[in-house]
Design a protein around this ligand. Structure first.
Ligand SMILES: *Cc1c(COP(=O)(O)O)cnc(C)c1O
Length: 402
């Protein structure tokens, strides 16, 4: 394997994320293939017994087992780290494997975590149910409230955990303030950046320590595979995360890593076009719905903050219809182009009812507390012509009497 220009950080570190997304981290075999090679292998062979012993002892570079290293997976990890402006990255099988790894690798019984209450259902489950089972104290706060983060800090607070924008309420966290606060108290911030990706928003530029991903979403971008990633300093990834990951094994498969590599090549294009489309569709239907939750529109109470942290609004927004679950479901059933689907980040427009799907596993009380109501719908705007998506939403809104 030849590490090409794309792999030499001394030459690539000033490339912009869009360039990194196409070229960052590329290795090439002796065949000089243009597209990254797919190494579907679990193990490796050695020329001698001494060679494998030296590799296990860390005295010699080289692969030993695909739970520890794989060339295709390593290319993806290096590419994501370069895009993020992070020292290092490790990938996991799913976004939830990434979140679980990012939290449990550094938390122990007796520690305390503060999390934003508006979060993807399973992220909220980690905080509400998993952490307490292992003696980790948790506090949930309104992520939009800077003072609430400060008030929640205790002597044993180890981690701040949030998404921005949050799924599906589109709450925005003031990253500069909250990450700065964490830093002043020796707290590690873990930011779930699935909605924006490094193409639109780089939390580390605002002081985040760890950036975690569902790469299933916008990164992969075409609804094919599940994947996750965690970025951080070399010290965090190698000394804190890696011992956990190597021994618990939430690893990403080389095949799925390869699919995500292909997805990243078009990430910048997709993220920008889908953001433009989401803006056009959002503007067109805003006057027809009871509440619009769209960070790209001036009606979002945190619009200025959102746009100061991101270069575009992203493909996802939510809206609320008066008439609760019944009207929301009738609306979904009336869609003709947009699919009913709880996935996001896809190149297809997809719409779902968070109350009965993505947030079904969160207690009703917590759902209401975070602002998920029965009339809420979350939509991912894809790469279709936004006029066709708008026309579909228009006819569905008309069918429900709006
Ligand atoms: C989807 C999602 C996850 C979970 O990712 P999977 O790849 O489905 O496991 C975590 N956080 C956010 C914000 C998400 O949207």
């Amino acid at each position: 394997m030849k590490k090409t220009t794309g792999f030499d950080r001394s030459k690539t570190k000033n490339w912009h994320p869009a360039t990194q997304a196409v070229r960052g981290g590329t290795w090439r075999s002796e065949h000089g293939e243009t597209s990254e090679a797919l190494f579907l292998t679990s193990g490796y062979t050695y020329d001698s017994a001494e060679e494998v012993a030296a590799r296990f002892a860390g005295e010699e570079q080289g692969m030993t087992y695909s739970r520890l290293q794989n060339p295709t997976v390593s290319m993806l990890e290096e590419r994501i780290a370069l895009m993020e402006g992070a020292e290092a990255c490790r990938t996991q099988a799913t976004g939830m494997a990434a979140m679980t790894t990012a939290l449990l690798c550094q938390l122990s019984a007796g520690d305390h975590i503060v999390a934003a209450k508006a979060a993807f259902g399973s992220c909220r489950w980690l905080v509400d149910h998993l952490c307490p089972r292992f003696g980790i104290e948790t506090t949930v706060v309104d992520g939009r409230d800077n003072d609430a983060w400060e008030k929640a800090i205790k002597a044993n607070t180890k981690v701040f955990f949030f998404e921005t924008p949050a799924n599906p309420t589109m709450d925005i966290v003031d990253m500069k303030h909250v990450c700065g606060l964490a830093k002043a108290h020796g707290i590690t911030t873990v930011v779930d950046n699935a909605f924006a990706t490094a193409a639109l928003q780089r939390p580390m530029d605002f002081g985040a320590d760890v950036v975690a991903y569902s790469a299933t979403k916008l990164m992969e971008g075409q609804g094919r595979v599940l994947a996750g990633a965690v970025c951080g300093t070399e010290k965090f990834i190698n000394d804190v995360l890696l011992p956990f990951q190597r021994n618990t094994g939430p690893n990403l498969s080389p095949f799925n890593a390869w699919v995500v590599l292909k997805g990243l090549e078009t990430l910048d294009l997709r993220a920008r076009r889908q953001s433009e489309n989401a803006l056009a569709v959002g503007k067109a239907i805003e006057g027809r719905v009871a509440r619009m939750l769209h960070p790209g529109l001036a009606s979002h109470p945190q619009h200025n903050l959102a746009m100061s942290q991101s270069s575009a609004c992203g493909p996802i927004f939510s809206f609320v219809l008066d008439g609760g679950r019944e009207r929301a479901m009738t609306f979904l059933n009336a869609l003709e182009l947009v699919d009913i689907s709880n996935n996001i980040g896809d190149s297809r427009s997809l719409c779902c009812h968070p109350w009965t799907t993505t947030h079904y596993g969160v207690s009703e009380e917590a759902r209401i507390d975070m602002g998920v109501v029965e009339g809420m719908l979350r939509i991912n705007i894809g790469l279709e012509d936004p006029r066709d998506v708008t026309a579909d939403l228009d006819q569905a809104l008309t069918k429900v009497g709006l």
